[in-house]
Design a protein around this ligand. Structure first.
Ligand SMILES: Cc1cc2nc3c(=O)[nH]c(=O)nc-3n(C[C@H](O)[C@H](O)[C@H](O)COP(=O)(O)OP(=O)(O)OC[C@H]3O[C@@H](n4cnc5c(N)ncnc54)[C@H](O)[C@@H]3O)c2cc1C
Length: 462
C-alpha cells in the first residue's frame, strides 16, 4: 500500500486546485484519485473576472491561454421585467471573465497538477464507510488500497467521502438544470450572457468557442420531470415561449447534446474536522448557477484548503476548524445574495418556484407546526437527505408545537450551534415541501415575509 501526506478524491476544479496549491506550499506527497469519465457535456462555462486572483494564486497566471475560451463581456438580463438590462464587465474592477471550453479547462488544471508533482491515480473511490479519524486506509479496488494522513473530499455534490463519514448534507432547494449544447451562429447572438426569468424558473444562453453555444433551463426537479423538459421537443417548446432566449433557437441549429444536472444550493453540515479530513468545492457547499461562482469558489476553496492542511500537517491545531467556519460564513452570505437576486423578480407571486426563493421567510413565532405523514407531503421523505431536517421535523411532532418552541427545543438538543434563523428557515423549507403543516391564527399570518436588502459586496449575477 502506498502512503501519502494527502489523498484527494475527485479530479475536478476543487481537487486539482487543492493538489496544486498543496504542492506550491511544499507538501511532500499528494495523491489525486480521479475517475476518467467518458467525454460528456461538462456543465458550467463562465469564469468570473474575480477568478483571475485564484488562477494567480495557483501559479497558472491570470489568463488561461491554453484553454479554448471567449472573453465574457458581462450579462444582459430580462429579470423582473421584459426589457433587457446590461451589466458590463468593462466597468468592473477585475476586467473581463472567460467563457470556457470547460472540459479543456478541467484537463488543463489536471495537467498543471501532474507537472507540479501530484500523483494522479486513475481510479474510482468506492463509496465506503470511513472511520472518523486518520490516518486513512482507502480501498480503491479489489484488495487494493492507499494510505493518507489527510483526506480531501472534492467529489462535487455527491460528497462521497463525507457520506462515508456520515456527514449530512443540507439542501435548500431542488433546483435542476436542463443544459443543452448547440452548434451554429444564430443571428444577433448577444455578446453578453443572456438571462431571462420565466414563470417557473429561468433560463440563459451563452456563446462558447468553436461556434457553439449553451441554452439552459432551470426549474424545480418536480417541474422538470412533470414537463418532461429532458425531451428535446418539450425543451424547445418551453424555451420557444420565452421572449429573448427562444428566438436564438429558431434557425434550427445543430443540437450537440443535453443533460439534466442537479443545481441545488446545499452545504455539508460540517466541511471537515481536525481529525484529518475536509471537503472543498461543491462537495463542501454548492451555489446556484445563477451566481456563476462555482468554478471560482472551487479554486478559492482549493487554495484555502491547502493552507489549512499544510498547517495541520505541520502540527498546528485550529486551521481546519477555521476553514470549516469560513465555508459556513460564506454560505450564509451567499444565501442572502440568492434571496436578494430571486427577490428582484416580483411578477409571479403565486409561483412556488419564486415564492420559495425570493423572500427571507421567517415563520411567525406563534404559529403552530406539526409533522405530516409522507403520504400528505408534496415531496417524498428522501428529500430529507439531511439528518438535521429529519430531527427538526421530529421535534415538530404530530401534536403541534409553536414555532418558537420548536426552535428552542431543537437548539437545546442539538450539539450543532446553528443561528436561530437557519432553524427557522429549515422549518419554512419543511412547510414548503409539505413535510410539516403550519397553522395560524396569528395577527401577521403564518409567515413573515420581508424583502431582502442587497447584501454588502453583492457581485453581479452570472
Ligand atoms: C447547469 C450548471 C451550470 C453551471 N454554470 C456555472 C458557470 O457558468 N460558472 C461557474 O463558475 N459555475 C457554474 N456551475 C457550477 C460549477 O460547475 C461547479 O461549482 C464546479 O464544477 C464545482 O467544481 P468541483 O471540483 O467542486 O466539483 P465537480 O466539477 O463536480 O468535480 C468533481 C469531480 O470528482 C469526480 N468524482 C466524483 N465522485 C468520485 C469518486 N467516487 N471517485 C473519484 N472521483 C470522483 C468527478 O468525476 C469530478 O471529476 C454550474 C453548475 C451547473 C449544474
Amino acid at each position: 500500500m502506498n502512503d501519502y501526506d494527502v489523498v484527494i478524491v475527485g479530479g475536478g476544479v476543487a481537487g486539482c486546485s487543492t493538489a496544486l496549491a498543496l504542492r506550491r506550499r511544499g507538501a511532500a506527497s499528494v495523491a489525486l484519485l480521479h475517475t476518467p469519465v467518458p467525454e460528456s457535456i461538462r456543465t458550467g462555462e463562465t469564469l468570473q473576472p474575480q477568478a483571475r486572483r485564484w488562477l494567480e494564486a495557483l501559479g497558472v497566471g491570470r489568463d488561461v491561454p491554453r484553454v479554448p475560451s471567449l472573453s465574457a463581456q458581462g450579462v444582459c438580463s430580462a429579470w423582473g421585467g421584459d426589457t433587457l438590462a446590461y451589466d458590463d464587465h468593462l466597468f468592473g474592477l477585475h476586467g473581463k471573465g472567460f467563457l470556457l471550453d470547460r472540459a479543456a479547462f478541467d484537463r488543463y488544471l489536471m495537467d498543471q497538477a501532474r507537472s507540479a508533482g501530484v500523483e494522479v491515480i486513475d481510479t474510482a473511490f468506492r463509496a465506503q464507510r470511513l472511520e472518523g479519524e486518520g490516518p486513512w486506509r482507502i480501498r480503491t479496488g479489489e484488495g487494493a488500497g492507499i494510505g493518507g494522513r489527510f483526506l480531501v473530499d472534492a467529489t462535487g455534490k455527491r460528497a462521497t467521502v463525507a457520506r462515508g463519514l456520515g456527514i449530512p448534507r443540507i439542501r435548500f432547494d431542488d433546483l435542476q438544470a436542463v443544459y443543452t449544447l448547440w452548434r451554429g451562429q444564430p443571428e444577433a447572438f448577444p455578446r453578453h450572457t443572456l438571462i431571462e426569468s420565466v414563470e417557473n424558473g429561468w433560463c440563459y444562453a451563452v456563446a462558447l468557442p468553436d461556434d457553439r453555444f449553451v441554452v439552459a433551463v432551470f426549474s424545480d426537479k418536480a417541474l422538470v420531470r412533470g414537463l418532461a423538459l429532458g425531451r428535446l421537443d418539450r425543451f424547445l417548446e418551453f424555451v420557444g415561449r420565452t421572449a429573448h432566449v427562444g428566438p436564438l433557437l429558431r434557425g434550427a441549429p445543430e443540437c450537440l447534446g443535453s443533460r439534466i444536472a442537479a443545481a441545488d444550493s446545499s452545504v455539508l453540515e460540517t466541511a471537515g474536522s481536525e481529525r484529518g479530513w475536509l471537503a472543498a468545492g461543491d462537495a463542501a457547499s454548492a451555489y446556484d448557477p445563477l451566481s456563476s461562482a462555482g468554478i471560482a469558489k472551487a479554486m478559492e476553496d482549493g487554495v484555502r484548503a491547502a493552507d489549512a492542511i499544510f498547517d495541520w500537517l505541520g502540527g498546528a491545531s485550529g486551521a481546519i476548524d477555521a476553514y470549516c467556519k469560513r465555508i459556513q460564513v460564506a454560505f450564509e452570505h451567499y444565501l442572502k445574495q440568492r434571496a436578494y437576486y430571486y427577490g428582484l423578480e416580483r411578477r409571479w407571486r403565486r409561483s412556488t418556484f419564486w415564492a420559495s426563493r425570493q423572500e427571507w421567510i421567517g415563520l411567525h413565532p406563534d404559529c403552530v407546526v406539526c409533522s405530516r405523514r409522507e403520504s400528505e407531503s408534496r415531496l417524498p421523505d428522501r428529500i430529507l437527505s439531511s439528518g438535521e431536517l429529519g430531527r427538526i421535523r421530529a421535534v415538530c411532532g404530530h401534536g403541534g408545537l409553536r414555532a418558537h418552541e420548536v426552535v428552542r427545543q431543537y437548539q437545546g438538543q442539538s450539539p450543532r450551534r446553528y443561528p436561530d434563523w437557519r432553524v427557522i428557515q429549515a422549518i419554512g423549507f419543511l412547510v414548503a415541501t409539505g413535510h410539516v403543516a403550519a397553522h395560524g391564527p396569528c395577527e401577521h399570518g403564518t409567515f413573515q415575509r420581508h424583502a431582502v436588502p442587497a447584501p454588502v459586496g453583492s457581485p453581479p449575477m452570472r
